[in-house]
Design a protein around this ligand. Structure first.
Ligand code: ZN
Length: 333
């Protein structure tokens, strides 16, 4: 058993309370490799932003869970080396799908876990979440739960509304489970293709897709039912068009990729939404930078020469999100 406290990590409790009060959101960035982690820590150290390092089940399989946990430990030391005196870093399991997985993360130094029972019938989601909360809280580990299903690109347009989190369920769910934060569905979704072209309108000037707005009325109702309770948004990448364009003009193929406009996320960050998950945007930044080197310098074969620029691009992206979208800069001095 390794406690996250020994590694210098923190859980989300105080971080979220401050964020809800302060009207900003904590960045939750996924990582699978060293360059992503370096970029996240560098960006957060430079802006003094609290941060949630997210590891998905897929990342655990890809990078190895033992390695990831030592990388997170290394991240705390690296942050200090960069001059960040008291780094506020959470190591969080993204989309835990079983009690066993959550338990294993609690035992290996995670300070926060998500148990995602949102695809289960309501009562089963409650039971599973409650079980994880009971275990995690014994070790001071905070738990994120989910209610409502994130719309996927394959879903029928007409069915999407019914996937939104039902405001009338949230008080019962939070009370029964004791979870520390709640991921809700108000129209965000995972990946770089968040909406089908027929769900969007087209900007007549640029010909680019304009996605439908988030359901802020649902968010408002939830906030009213759970005043001050930390709300989480998944699938909140914006899919920056400049990256999509670089990828597409350098041998890639991402037609009609579309995300959540940043002004909508900025609005959400000022509300009870205190954790915003961003994964696809960093993948796009990395891919754009790597593709550019491959096309411009076809003779290059030193990975540092293309992963280095990719890392620099991610630092730029993370800092932009922290300062211009989430407003979390300067909140962990
Ligand atoms: Zn998610």
């Amino acid at each position: 058993m390794v406690s996250y406290k020994e590694i210098g990590l923190v859980n989300t409790r105080a971080m979220f309370a401050k964020a809800v009060k302060g009207g900003y959101a904590i960045p939750a960035f996924n990582f699978n490799n060293m360059e992503q982690l370096q970029a996240i820590i560098q960006a957060c150290a430079e802006t003094k932003s609290p941060v949630i390092l997210q590891v998905s089940k897929g990342a655990r399989n890809y990078a190895n869970q033992t390695l990831l946990r030592y990388m997170a430990e290394g991240a705390v030391q690296y942050a200090k080396e960069l001059g960040w005196k008291r780094p506020q870093i959470v190591l969080h399991l993204d989309h835990g799908d079983s009690y066993e997985l959550c338990k294993s993360c609690v035992q290996t130094g995670f300070s926060s876990v998500m148990i995602d029972g949102s695809a289960l019938p309501y009562d089963e989601n409650v039971a599973l979440t409650k079980k994880v909360v009971r275990y995690a809280h014994r070790f001071g580990v905070t738990v994120e739960a989910e209610l409502g299903v994130l719309a996927g690109v394959e879903d029928e347009v007409a069915a999407e509304e019914s996937h939104y989190t039902k405001p009338e369920e949230v008080v019962d769910f939070v009370t029964k489970t004791g979870c520390d934060s709640l991921a809700i569905s108000i129209g965000t979704s995972h990946g770089a293709y968040k909406f089908k072209p027929e769900q969007c309108t087209r900007d007549p000037k640029t010909g680019k897709l304009v996605p439908p707005p988030l359901a802020f009325d649902v968010l408002k109702q939830i906030e009213k039912k759970l005043p001050g309770f930390p709300i989480v948004l998944h699938g909140s990448s914006s899919v920056p068009q400049e990256y999509v364009d670089i990828i597409n003009t350098h041998g890639g193929k991402l037609p009609d990729a579309v995300g959540i406009p940043e002004e909508q996320l900025r609005k959400a960050a000022k509300s009870a939404v205190c954790k915003i998950n961003i994964d696809s945007d960093s993948r796009l930044a990395m891919t754009a930078a790597v593709r550019k080197v491959f096309v411009e310098k076809p003779g290059e074969f030193d990975p540092r020469k293309y992963l280095g620029p990719a890392r620099d691009e991610m630092v730029k992206l993370y800092k932009h999100k922290i300062i211009n979208v989430l407003g979390s800069d300067g909140k962990a001095k």
